[in-house]
Design a protein around this ligand. Structure first.
Ligand code: UDH
Ligand code: NGS
Length: 238
């Protein structure tokens, strides 16, 4: 691995450049497990990839959607990636045949996840792990930035895709199979208070809430051995 968590296979030419983006705060044990488990799989899949961990380094309520937008934006400042995999840190792939690359349509990867008994929790579920090419992520203005706290930002993005006629696809549950790390509720990620109200305006808000309204401060960018750590702060009152 090159510093910053970059890998290029030496015995073939990868067809896509992949940015793996992980929203993060205070989950060190999960992150180490994730890297230990995940990097060998990606190498076996002969992918060219860089791992970005986007850390919310303030005392504000956690905001997963905003962090993923930051990851997309910051990764593109470094390289012209073909494919973005947006990945929770506590969900570990179980099947090597679940190849991490983008296709013609956005992809929902967390299909059979241990914590839901290896079934979808509901049919429109679109959480935990998704894959996008640049054009599609930009077409829906990325994720909403206004979901502070747990829940809803993934459903909101599902509505964006549907509104644009850009419906996502899934792999079979045998292939897209994941283990879950058990954990307690994160103290700075309570259930989002406004999430159901926000969901009602998801289609309309897509035009002005997302990549084009993203405001954050980068505190530091560190090239770690296995990943690039980008620490940011957000101001909820802006
Ligand atoms: N995350 C962090 N730190 C946090 C919160 C979230 O790193 O403090 C990241 C991490 O990558 C995690 C992802 O955001 O995998 C999603 O977080 P989550 O809180 O949605 O994770 P999960 O769904 O836990 O596993 C939800 C707690 C139970 C919710 C019950 C709702 N009624
Ligand atoms: C829904 C949430 C989603 C979440 C899903 C699974 O209720 O954001 O549960 O959650 N939607 C809303 O809150 C509007 S989980 O079982 O992982 O805790 O992804």
């Amino acid at each position: 691995m090159a510093p910053g968590g970059h890998f290029t296979p030496t015995d073939c030419k990868a067809t896509q450049k992949l940015a793996i983006i992980i929203p993060y705060r205070d989950r060190q044990k999960h992150l180490l497990n994730f890297l230990n488990h995940f990097i060998p799989v990606l190498k076996r899949q002969k992918l060219e990839f860089t791992i970005y961990v986007i850390e919310q380094g303030d005392n504000e309520t956690f905001n997963r959607g905003l962090l993923l937008n930051v990851g997309f934006t910051e990764a593109l400042k470094q390289d012209s990636y073909d494919c973005f995999i947006l990945h929770d840190v506590d969900t570990y792939l179980l099947n090597d045949k679940n190849i991490y690359r983008c296709g013609d349509k956005p992809l929902h990867l967390a299909v059979a996840v241990e914590k839901y008994g290896f079934r979808l929790p509901y049919t429109t579920y679109y959480g935990a792990i998704t894959a996008f090419n640049r054009k599609h992520y930009e077409m829906i203005n990325g994720f909403p930035n206004v979901y502070f706290g747990w829940g809803g930002e993934d459903d909101d993005q599902g509505i964006r895709l549907h509104t644009k006629g850009l419906n996502f696809v899934r792999r079979s549950p045998q292939i897209a199979r994941y283990a879950s790390a058990k954990h307690n509720r994160d103290p700075t990620n309570p259930d989002g208070k406004d999430r159901f109200g926000l969901l009602r305006s998801a289609a309309k808000r897509m035009a002005y809430d997302g990549l084009n309204s993203l405001i954050y401060n980068v505190t530091s960018i560190e090239l770690k051995k296995l990943y690039t750590l980008i620490t940011i702060t957000v101001d909820r009152n802006l």
